[in-house]
Design a protein around this ligand. Sequence first.
Ligand SMILES: [Zn+2]
Length: 246
Amino acid sequence: MSAPASIELEQPFAWDGDHVAVDLGGGARGLFTTRRGGVSEPPYDSLNLGRFTDDDPAAVQRNWQVLHGLVGGERLMLAAEQVHGITVTRFRDERDERPAHADGQATAYEPSMAIVLTADCLPVLLAADGAVAAIHAGWRGLAGGVLEEGVAALHDLGATGPVVAAIGPGACGRCYEVGDEVREAFGLEAAGGPAPIDLKAIARDKLAGATVHDVGLCTMCTDGLFFSHRADGGVTGRQAGVAWRA
Ligand SMILES: [Zn+2]
């Protein structure tokens, strides 16, 4: 198992204990959790934040309390059941509705935090002056335009200025094999069988115009540090990508 501190991170990413902090600029902060530091038993060991896994709900609830601690106190947690769609919730204040299903959370409400959960799909954090967002971006979401929708959500919330994006731990371009139907969704040539695609490179293309930082960590080949749907055989936990304004 890799020791997190021995893995070098480039600015604006930095280790915060077992987890990855990111400075999104202008007072916007982000955190990508690893699977360490929680209370869940195998195969969800240990910081499983996935409420829709078959883990013990009491353990997941404890893990969410750990997450509160990691982000430095109580904030309104904005999260939803993710469905590989492109809906991004716009949240201005506590009167706003919080849909049950969404693949992204954008917020201008300072005492809140935007959260997505992943295990190979990309967690992408977005920030501009006045709002932040967290986006769950698997191949379906990327092909459908979930990142563009995330940027639009920031602007709908009144955010201005340059957009900064942070791509967190997700399957890398060597590990993530897909069939031709997925290649087709991105206008790539057919490979005639399973072949890897680079979700992070696709995300960068979709975020043209933003400053994009990639943490450079793969959930599938960074041994034991992350939950990986594919590497763990489909039964595993979920880690978080979190964005907030400090
Ligand atoms: Zn990999």
